[in-house]
Design a protein around this ligand. Structure first.
Ligand SMILES: Nc1ncnc2c1ncn2[C@@H]1O[C@H](COP(=O)(O)OP(=O)(O)OP(=O)(O)O)[C@@H](O)[C@H]1O
Ligand SMILES: [Mg+2]
Length: 441
């Protein structure tokens, strides 16, 4: 026995039946039993056109299909309807009960099956109630499935977000490690440099004395000159290291980046042209002036130009591009809310503050994956002995950091390299204060 759901106060029934007497009978039987229910019955003789029938099925709570419908078989109709994802419950009617047809109808998605020969009001009532309950449960199941699917999709999205945040965190952590490594290398380098310079001065003094005392011994003089050359080379390296760890005063002044770039290019461009390297300027004419230490920033540019020249022994192109980057107010607010510690601050600062971006893109030999991790480390060089100290980029890194900026590189072997220097229009006060505390500026 299947009682009617107490919530149901109206039922819409679609009858697909080509025999008028049968339609009359079904209508009467329905009305007889559903006394207190508002029952609306729609009837069609022919299932065609199918699109109209499916639309009508969707608009009704239940369908009653005859097994024989002119040219179309009731089972075919049911199959096509389910293929079109029309899920309205269907009660299947045949002349006399036939078990085989019943099984096929259930397989194709019929909700119930009745024989016209023994059809009664009670039977029809229970079949309709049963079908409606089943349909309600099916609806609830589909709804739950849909919710589960959307929760699953949300979960995937959240997982993706988490993955992105993790990789961002990893990048920030790597940068912190690099910054801390640089700071401790700097302190160590300063201590070692002073230890080396003292005995080096003494050795140099002795060499000068020997040169004067034994001026007539030509072979010895040659050896002494070689020793002197090596002393000068050591001095150059040690002084470079000292610059990297320098605690000197920052001499900030308002300056135009283009002028600073041009003043360095005046020195290096001729040499570059001789080496078949052309320099292309893509300067943003709306670039604001910056508050920078000009000498040190020129030193950064000089090293990048020299490196690019060295990376293009057979000639090439160096593009120097400048641009002003400023983010919209709302984005700035969001970013500033994320700012907690100095580490966050340092890594986020260029997103928050208006800054000038200077890109140096060369068409040179590029940088290998292994070297990419090391190029900002002091003393890392791929240049032949005596050609490079490997201090250039580590000094650049220290200088740019002191300005509250950042220096990045993008490169692949044999695909050139792009060095990007970002400098804030004004070094943020917080950074300046921290630098003062840390470096005693
Ligand atoms: N534009 C570039 N293309 C390819 N490799 C580069 C480029 N710039 C830097 N490198 C690599 O980074 C290394 C380190 O550069 P860095 O400026 O620190 O030292 P260096 O140029 O070797 O020595 P120095 O600066 O004392 O002359 C270089 O030896 C080179 O391998
Ligand atoms: Mg260099």
């Amino acid at each position: 026995m299947y009682p009617l759901d107490p919530d149901v106060d109206s039922i819409r029934v679609l009858i697909v039946e080509d025999d008028e007497d049968d339609v009359f009978l079904i209508k009467e039987l329905l009305k007889e039993r559903f006394l207190n229910i508002n029952i609306t019955i729609e009837h069609v003789y022919s299932p065609e056109p199918l699109s109209n029938l499916f639309e009508a099925a969707k608009n009704n709570d239940i369908c009653i299909f005859d097994y024989r419908l002119g040219s179309l078989h009731g089972l075919d109709l049911l199959k096509k309807m389910r293929e079109q994802d029309v899920i309205t419950p269907v009660i299947f009617l045949t002349g006399r009960g036939d078990q085989e047809i019943a099984v096929q109808a259930f397989r194709l998605g019929a909700t119930d099956y009745l024989a016209k020969s023994s059809l009664s009001a009670e039977q029809l009532f229970h079949s309709v109630c049963y079908s409606l309950n089943l349909s309600k449960e099916e609806g609830q199941r589909r709804h739950a499935e849909k919710k589960l699917k959307s929760s699953h999709e949300e979960l995937i999205l959240a997982h993706e977000e988490l993955k992105k945040s993790m990789s961002k965190l990893q990048t920030v952590q790597n940068r912190i490690v690099v910054s801390e490594k640089m700071a401790s290398i700097g302190r160590l380098a300063a201590a070692i440099c002073h230890e080396i310079l003292n005995p080096l001065n003494i050795i140099s003094g002795h060499v000068q004395v020997l040169k004067m005392e034994r001026a007539e011994e030509k072979d010895l003089l040659q050896d002494l000159s070689s020793i002197n050359e090596e002393i000068l080379r050591i001095e150059k390296i040690v002084n470079g290291l000292l610059k990297f760890s320098r605690k000197g005063q920052m001499d900030l002044a308002v300056a135009c980046v283009h002028q600073e770039l041009e003043s360095v290019l005046t020195i290096v461009e001729k040499e570059m042209n001789l080496q078949n390297i052309s320099v292309i300027r893509e300067f943003d004419d709306k670039l604001p002036k910056l508050n920078i230490d000009c000498d040190r920033i020129r030193q950064v540019f000089l090293n990048i130009f020299n490196n690019a020249t060295h990376a293009m022994p057979d000639g090439g192109v160096l593009i120097v591009r400048t641009s002003f980057v400023q983010y919209p107010e709302n984005q700035l607010k969001e970013n500033s809310e994320r700012r907690h510690s100095r580490a966050d601050y340092i890594n986020d600062k260029l997103v928050e503050f208006p800054h000038v971006k200077i890109e140096f893109a060369d068409t040179g030999v590029g940088i290998s994956k292994d070297a990419m991790d090391k190029i900002f480390e002091p003393l890392f060089t791929t240049k032949p002995e005596g050609k490079g100290t490997g201090l250039g980029l580590s000094v650049c890194h220290a200088i740019v950091e002191k300005h509250g900026g950042s220096i990045q590189v993008q490169s692949e072997p044999s695909k050139g390299a792009v060095f990007i220097v970002n400098l804030p229009v004004n070094p943020p006060k917080e950074t300046a204060k921290n630098i003062e505390e840390e470096d005693g500026i």
